[in-house]
Design a binder for this molecule. Sequence first.
Ligand code: ZN
Length: 99
Amino acid sequence: MIIIDCPLCGPRDHAEFSYIGDATKVRPAENGSSTDDTWYDFVYLRDNPKGLHQELWQHSYGCRCFIKVLRNTVTHEIIATGLPKDNLIQKTGDLTYSV
Ligand SMILES: [Zn+2]
């Protein structure tokens, strides 16, 4: 069982959450300065990292808020959680993982 610590509700079973996607993607500017390749990358391309990954989850069966989760994709260990604006890598300090 994976426990995700919702910053608003506290620790809950992961079955209450929905995986949304990679939280590191940044939406391109909509002022016409972004190229088609930039948009293609934003919409379709995803990395499949081995190790630490910042993910966006929604507490679907709880407060329904979006949260950010720092998870080890190999062990599924939840390292940290926070609000979408949080940089969890920075929040955890100089955290280095080898897998
Ligand atoms: Zn919640």
